[in-house]
Design a protein around this ligand. Sequence first.
Ligand SMILES: Nc1ncnc2c1ncn2[C@@H]1O[C@H](COP(=O)(O)OP(=O)(O)O)[C@@H](O)[C@H]1O
Ligand SMILES: [Mg+2]
Length: 239
Amino acid sequence: MNERRQQDGSMAAERKGALRLEHVSRSFAQGAARLEVIKDASLTLPRGEMVALVGPSGSGKSTLLHIAGLLERPDGGEIWILDNPSSRLSDARRTELRRTAIGFVYQYHHLLPEFSALENVVLPQMIAGRSRRAAAERARELLGLVGLSQRLRHRPAQLSGGEQQRVAIARALANAPALLLADEPTGNLDQHTADDVFALLGKLVHEMQVGALIATHNLNLAQRMDRTITLRDGVIVQL
Ligand SMILES: Nc1ncnc2c1ncn2[C@@H]1O[C@H](COP(=O)(O)OP(=O)(O)O)[C@@H](O)[C@H]1O
Ligand SMILES: [Mg+2]
């Protein structure tokens, strides 16, 4: 019965959009003026869809990802994560939602240097309340999926750039998020490695039915995603 209820619950969760932005705006003070970086941005990202976020440097891609990831608040508008309107949540609930429903991948891996690949994937799960044993089991499974079964005990400095990003992807998916936000995730890698890491990311996003919003400069990568959103002068243009 309990298992049945959980299944129904997760099916309902899959029908919800991973992310919805509604009339989001964000500006920064620039001397006496204000720099309007995001103007009235709205978008819906269902689970299982991989969307490219493109735009020139300084167009607001990182700002939009920070807002979508509840790391920054917008000046106006609403961010929905799995049908939770984030502006109405307490700080504690926002933090919990960020930990459990959202995974982040950055251009630089940001792994903890003193910890092994395995531990880097275990820790976010323990912070979210999973037992060490269950977390380690899932970490092994995820690191296997990203092709690193033979690197569990390596520290980040002992891994190649591509391997570091694979660990970062496993870490981002550790708590089975509905939403994955990635900021130029292959930007530091050579072309061949970037292609491999990107293909892996796409495979996992689709298999795990994660909604993914991926900022990239690389139009070849953008073309390999399900849809492209362009930021131009602070406005979202959907192609
Ligand atoms: N905290 C901040 N304070 C002031 N200006 C900022 C801040 N964060 C970003 N900006 C400005 O907003 C614009 C968009 O930045 P960003 O989102 O990093 O763009 P992108 O990721 O597309 O390169 C830039 O002009 C940047 O200088
Ligand atoms: Mg950026």
